[in-house]
Design a protein around this ligand. Structure first.
Ligand SMILES: C[S@@+](CC[C@H](N)C(=O)[O-])C[C@H]1O[C@@H](n2cnc3c(N)ncnc32)[C@H](O)[C@@H]1O
Length: 230
């Protein structure tokens, strides 16, 4: 997969995939979009309502990311752990990893004013696949190099960051079968968040059992989706 670095409207980098004619993030702002969709609408409600789902001796908050890609969502999530006492176990599935040559050139650490976190960002990409790696005493990452279709999921995630390429270019990632697999892997009370709010996607999420909420999207997008397993 040939990928080139582009700059999005908030100054942060993203990748463009020529064969799909698709970007990894919104061209209106990669960091802006990731923060809005995955951190603010996904992670933060869990951190704020810290009592209900994953605390009380139940262990860390278990996050599953579909598509590790540039590692931006993992990095932003790591940064959130620095601001609270939350513990996170972050599992990221990636079928087509981005090479170190490319990730070394991305400007996320610089733009997030997180130079001290450069080793963390480097380790997110350099660490071994298939083995949980503690990046701090609050954040452990497990990278799975496989397709979502083939991967065997645990049934204990509290939060899913669904960050596949859009249904227009990768419809096989937005099927009832895929969402049913994800629904089964979420704890009761858990959520899936995604940037895509297409009607058909919302209907498919509902069909497999999720309760679907449309939320305001990041700049440049009217809506995003948070789907909850009640
Ligand atoms: C929209 S990009 C987002 C990546 C990442 N979240 C980021 O912020 O850079 C979608 C990602 O899904 C990965 N992907 C594509 N098909 C996949 C599949 N079948 N299973 C798992 N990952 C896949 C791509 O390689 C890519 O990294």
């Amino acid at each position: 997969m040939l990928r080139t670095i582009i700059k999005t409207a908030d100054g942060s980098h993203s990748l463009f995939v020529e064969e799909l004619n698709e970007h990894y993030h919104s061209i209106h702002g990669a960091i802006q979009e990731s923060k809005h969709v995955f951190i603010d609408a996904g992670l933060k409600p869990f951190v704020i309502c810290s009592s209900d789902l994953y605390r009380g001796g139940k262990g860390p908050l278990a996050i599953l990311e579909i598509g590790l890609g540039t590692g931006l969502n993992a990095m932003l999530t790591y940064i959130e752990t620095q601001k609270s006492d939350i513990k996170i176990h972050y599992t990221a599935i990636e079928a087509y990893p981005v090479s170190g040559d490319l990730t070394d050139q991305l400007n996320y650490v610089e733009l997030l004013n997180a130079q001290v976190l450069q080793p963390v960002y480097t380790t997110i990409h350099a660490c071994e696949w298939g083995i949980p790696v503690a990046l701090s005493n609050q954040f452990t990452i497990l990278k799975i190099k496989n397709t979502l279709q083939e991967a065997v999921l645990e049934n204990s995630y509290h939060l899913i960051y669904f960050d596949a390429f859009g249904p227009g270019v990768q419809p096989e990632m937005w099927t009832e079968e895929i969402f049913a697999k994800l629904f089964a892997s979420v704890e009761s009370g858990g959520c899936l968040v995604t940037y895509c709010a297409k009607g058909e996607v919302k209907r498919t999420l509902k069909r497999v059992g999720f309760t679907v909420e449309s939320l305001p999207g990041p700049p440049g997008k009217r809506e995003m989706v948070r789907a909850r397993k009640n």
